[in-house]
Write a protein that binds this ligand. Structure first.
Ligand SMILES: *Cc1c(COP(=O)(O)O)cnc(C)c1O
Length: 358
């Protein structure tokens, strides 16, 4: 049976990348051993590390003002690292909160320094991105979450924040659409949703912003350490970076971010259309103008029906559709590597399920 993988992360990877990894697993480029068995100081791995940075910068349109770093610890570590590096004593950092991940980022920064909520859509139960952003006087940075993975709420365009350094958690929509990358002082994303396996976190950082980071941190928590050492200060997650590089090559081969964004928009439209033609049987969580192209979240009339939806879908090969444990409901994650056909099949399943139970 064909599997349609709607997992929220770790998530679907491009089939051709998995096949390439399988083919190269035992004998990497004629070396008689696996890339998993090689030093991160080998010329083979150094080439992968350099290639991944070059490819990431090219896809994102980053110039030499930026570095791309490969780190560990997930986006959750970045919540702390951003504040450790830039929320210096006496300063304030502004947070724009559009869902659960933004809350977590804020919570972590609060342990480190003074924060302010510049905007929040909590009162809408995170059905939309916040309205007006009210910045503090000279904040160290303002933090946004470009796509809220749990609620399925995405900024359709990046909100203006004036001259304030903009920091973004892009974990669940990185490299899924073109963005003006020069708007960001720093952005980070775990790879395991859109661009690779779990284990590597990508960070884009403007060099002039990096210079403002505090200097009295343990080396391992300082962005400067990673930049100075080309992400090779200590042992990096070599296998994850190797796969990331192959996924970046795959995205470029599809035509880059404009092409992948078109494909992602078509995929999301198929699933939202099934919600919208269900006569209220499916109730989308996000308001239409904040709908995520990556995570489609919706409810059914009863929780028992939601459970049945998930298990009947699973029986037909549609996996990973249960909503996050904190909010329930259904969530279909449609990351880059998910094929359009999987959305066609999901929409057909939704129509049939609604006809039977509506
Ligand atoms: C998944 C996710 C995280 C958490 O990532 P970890 O790698 O598990 O730390 C943070 N932010 C967003 C937007 C996410 O989707």
């Amino acid at each position: 049976m064909a599997i349609h993988n709607f997992n929220p992360g770790p998530a679907v990877l491009p089939r051709v990348v998995l096949e390439r990894v399988q083919a190269e697993l035992l004998d990497y480029h004629g070396r008689g051993m696996s890339i998993l068995e090689m030093s991160h100081r080998s010329k083979e791995y150094e080439a992968i590390n350099a290639s991944a940075e070059v490819r990431f910068k090219a896809l994102m349109g980053l110039d030499d003002d930026y570095r791309v770093l490969f780190m560990q610890g997930g986006a959750s570590t970045q919540f702390a690292m951003v504040a450790l590096n830039f929320l210096t004593p006496g300063a304030v950092a502004d947070y724009v909160v559009s869902g659960s991940w933004g809350e977590k980022a804020l919570e972590e920064a609060r342990r480190i320094g003074r924060t302010a909520v510049a905007a929040s859509s909590a009162e809408s139960n995170y059905r939309r991105v916040p309205g007006e952003i009210r910045l503090s006087e000279q904040p160290a940075y303002v933090h946004i979450t470009t796509n809220e993975t749990i609620q399925g709420v995405q900024w359709p365009t990046i909100p203006p924040v004036g001259d304030v350094p903009l920091v973004a958690d892009m974990s669940s929509d990185v490299l899924s659409r073109p963005l003006d990358a020069s708007r960001f002082a720093l952005f980070y994303a775990g790879a395991q949703k859109n661009i690779g396996p779990a284990g590597v976190t990508t960070v884009g950082i403007r060099q002039s912003f990096m210079q403002q980071a505090r200097a009295d941190l343990p080396a391992i928590f300082s962005y400067k350490t990673y930049a100075k050492n080309n992400s090779l200060y200590n042992t990096p997650p070599v296998f994850a970076v190797y796969m990331l590089d192959l996924v970046l090559e795959w995205i470029a081969g599809l035509g880059g971010l404009a092409a992948i964004a078109e494909r992602n928009a078509r995929k999301a439209a198929l699933v939202y259309a099934a919600i919208d033609r269900s006569g209220g049987f499916y109730r989308g969580h996000a308001e239409p103008d904040s709908r995520s192209q990556m995570n489609v979240t919706f409810r059914l009339p009863e929780e028992a029906l939601e459970k049945q939806f998930v298990s009947e879908a699973q029986a037909e090969g549609l996996v990973g559709l249960a909503g996050h444990r904190s909010v329930g409901g259904i969530r279909a994650s449609l990351y880059n590597a998910l094929e359009e056909q999987s959305c066609v099949v999901l929409a057909q399943f939704m129509d049939a399920f609604a006809a039977k139970h509506g």
